[in-house]
Each structure stands twice: as structure tokens, then as C-alpha cells.
Design a protein around this ligand. Structure first.
Ligand SMILES: *Cc1c(COP(=O)(O)O)cnc(C)c1O
Length: 394
């Protein structure tokens, strides 16, 4: 099997698995219990908090554990919105191509009376700090801009946006779920006030994530109950997952540079090979890009058919055009970068990790052109284009 869908999820690393197993065998107590067994679990949680904080330049007090990236996004945005509303600030700035965990939270806030402004992301899939600066108003409560896009891999100028927000005294949140463990992050140096991360995107377990919140920014609880996480997130801590997340993130950060060099070399070979397919185009920023992301649109095919035929050959990939809740709407990300509907339907996302090999790339570069050809030859629309009755888009 060739797994090239690491933006969807990753395989749990050996280090994370070992740490989790040891934790479940030894530290299975409730961290809120006063006896030794519970206190050892509490220590494991605090040790993990400290190690995770260190990986992103934060302090341990600034990390709270959540059930994943979605919850971290929800809590960050809702907290900043409530904080703003208390000061009569109800304007929120974001981008058109955020993850749905962000976009749907913003939609809900809009229904509750907030004004949401989604900045356009241009053909490369990015926003500039200047765009953000021009959008900030007296009543802006929050800027939330993703660190790197999960579909097309573009990496945004977070440091510059952070500097603008700090100067204008606006809270800055970034969904760094695709970036954490893959490219360097320093919340202090980059003036980030809130940051979401998720373990299963860097070889940790699913269902666990964290929200970094700069000291002094109050958080609104989404889940009411006990006093865990200093009253900011109720519920008994998922101790093994927290410990596994710390092990995975430390490992990812320790090998970040060598992994990026290896993975980006594979990415560049794939990109070059797929670019040779006629009427195909790379999505996203060719330069400021995640090391592992390859995203293409192929005119004249359906992405879903391509995925099924790739699966037949043992290749696990994604269209990037996740058909939201069964509807056949094309990806909002591809539409945001200006791909017409017809082309947005023919997308392919390959997301690599350090376990991929040159022979994986060879196999993909053999399979994709053959399948694209096969699908095009079956398409009446494609025949019309070839004989000139309809125009090519790409
Ligand atoms: C995966 C992902 C999320 C959601 O994280 P979960 O842990 O799966 O809830 C949010 N944002 C981005 C950019 C993602 O890639």
C-alpha cells in the first residue's frame, strides 16, 4: 500500500504508541485523584504540557488540551468573539479558505450578530499582511488566519500578520493543524495569541489536540463540568492520548529539518512529473508550500473516479474536494483560488510524509497519467474539447 493522504491523518509513530501503552499500563489513574496513582497521571499530563509548549515556543500554562483541532478552533474563536463582544467589538477577519471548523464557527457567530469578513486568497491561495492591516477596524475583535492550508498546502505569512495584529492590538488566532510538527512555529517570535494543533496530523493519536492561548487572554469553556484544565475545559483528561501527542510532537520537531528536506524532494519530483500531464495545473503557492503537499487539477475528469482507480492500485490519496456531507459541491478552497466548478471537480491531493519513498513516487507517476488518460477517453465532454467543439479551461 502507498499512503499519500497524510493531510487527512497520519500513522501513529512507534514512539507515540510506546508512550501511550506505558501510560495505560502504569498511569491509568484519574489525574484529579489525590493518591499516588492519580498524581502520577497528573504528572504525566503536566510533563506532556511542558514538552508540547516547548515545541512551539509557549509556556506550559498557555496550553490547554482539547479533543482535537476542531475543538481548539471552536474554543479559540468563540472565546475571542465573547471577549470582543464585551468591548462592543463584533467584527471578525478571516479568509475564504479556512477549514470548516473555523468557517462553520464563524457562520454561527454571524447568526449571533457578529460581522465576519472573509479575505480573498487570490490564485496562489494566500493573504498578505497588508490585506489584513487594511481590513482591521476599531471594532475588530479577532483575526483568524490559518498557518497552512490543508488542501492546497500554501503556507501563509503568519509572522507578518502577527506583527500587524500585535501593533493594532487585535487578537490573532491561527489554525496551525497542518503546520505543527512540519514547519517551524514560535508563538512568541511570531506574535501569535492563539494557536490550534492536532496530534493525528503529526503521527500522534486521533481525538486529541491542544489550544495555545497567550497568558492573560481569558477562555470561554465549551464544555461545562469539573475544574480540569484550570476551569477552561471540563472532563477527565485523555491521559494516554496527551502523552502520545507529546511524544509524537517532540519526535516530529527533533527531525523537522531532515524530514522537510526529504519530503520536499519527493514532492518536487511528483509535481514535476504530474505537470507533464496536458491540461493539468498545480494548486496553491509553488514556493511557500508545505513540504509534503502536492495538489493538482486535471481538466476533464472526476476526482472521485481517479481516487477509486488509484485505490485499485493500492494508492491512498484524496481529491481535496471533500464532498461535504454527501453533497457534490466542489471544494470551497479550490473555488476560493479561482478554479471554475468544472475543473475543481477534477482535483487530486497527495500529501506525503517521511515514510514515503522514491519508489512510491515512481508508482504514482506511472498510475496517475494512465488513469487520467483512461478517464478522459471515456468522457464525452473531453471528446468535445479535443475536437474543438468546446474550449479547454486549463
Ligand atoms: C485536520 C484539520 C482540522 C481538524 O482537526 P481534528 O483534530 O481532525 O478535529 C482543523 N484544521 C485543519 C487545517 C486541519 O487540517
Amino acid at each position: 500500500m502507498i499512503y499519500v493522504d497524510n493531510a487527512a491523518t497520519t500513522k501513529v509513530s512507534g514512539a507515540a504508541m510506546d508512550a501511550m501503552q506505558r501510560c495505560m499500563e502504569k498511569n491509568w489513574g484519574n489525574p484529579s485523584s489525590l493518591y499516588g496513582l492519580g498524581q502520577r497521571a497528573a504528572e504525566a499530563v503536566e510533563d506532556a504540557r511542558e514538552r508540547i509548549a516547548r515545541c512551539i515556543g509557549a509556556s506550559a500554562r498557555e496550553i490547554i488540551f482539547t479533543s482535537g483541532g476542531s475543538e481548539a478552533d471552536n474554543q479559540a474563536i468563540r472565546s475571542a468573539a465573547m471577549l470582543g463582544a464585551g468591548k462592543r467589538k463584533k467584527h471578525i477577519i478571516s479568509t475564504a479558505f479556512e477549514h470548516h471548523a473555523v468557517l462553520h464557527t464563524l457562520k454561527r457567530l454571524e447568526d449571533e450578530g457578529f460581522e465576519v469578513e472573509l479575505l480573498p486568497v487570490g490564485a496562489l491561495g494566500t493573504v498578505s499582511a497588508q490585506q489584513v492591516a487594511e481590513a482591521i477596524r476599531e471594532d475588530t475583535a479577532l483575526v483568524t488566519v490559518m498557518y497552512a492550508n490543508n488542501e492546497i498546502g500554501s503556507v501563509l505569512p503568519v509572522s507578518e500578520i502577527g506583527a500587524v495584529c500585535r501593533e493594532r492590538k487585535v487578537v490573532f488566532h491561527t489554525d496551525a493543524v497542518q503546520a505543527t510538527g512540519h514547519i517551524p512555529i514560535d508563538v512568541q517570535a511570531q506574535n501569535i495569541d492563539m494557536l490550534s494543533l492536532s496530534a493525528h496530523k503529526f503521527h500522534g493519536p486521533k481525538g486529541i489536540g491542544a489550544l495555545y492561548v497567550r497568558q492573560g487572554i481569558p477562555l470561554t469553556s465549551l464544555i461545562e463540568g469539573g475544574a480540569q484544565e484550570r476551569g477552561r475545559r471540563a472532563g477527565t483528561e485523555n491521559v494516554p492520548a496527551i502523552v502520545g501527542m507529546a511524544a509524537a510532537l517532540e519526535e516530529a520537531c527533533a527531525h523537522m529539518e531532515e524530514n522537510a528536506v526529504k519530503v520536499s524532494a519527493l514532492r518536487d519530483r511528483l509535481t514535476e512529473g504530474l505537470s507533464r500531464i496536458p491540461h493539468a495545473a498545480l494548486n496553491g503557492d509553488p514556493v511557500n508550500r508545505l513540504p509534503g503537499n502536492v495538489s493538482f487539477c486535471f481538466e476533464g475528469i472526476e476526482g472521485e473516479s481517479l481516487l477509486l482507480l488509484l485505490d485499485d492500485r493500492g494508492i491512498c490519496a484524496s481529491s481535496g474536494s471533500a464532498c461535504t456531507s454527501g453533497s457534490l459541491d466542489p471544494s470551497h478552497v479550490l473555488l476560493a483560488v479561482g478554479r471554475p466548478h468544472e475543473v475543481a471537480h477534477g482535483s487530486l491531493r497527495l500529501s506525503l510524509c517521511e515514510e514515503n519513498t522514491a519508489s512510491d513516487v515512481d508508482a504514482i507517476l506511472k498510475a496517475v497519467p494512465e488513469i487520467v488518460d483512461y478517464l478522459r477517453n471515456m468522457s464525452p465532454l473531453w471528446k468535445d474539447k479535443v475536437c474543438g467543439k468546446k474550449k479547454f479551461v486549463l
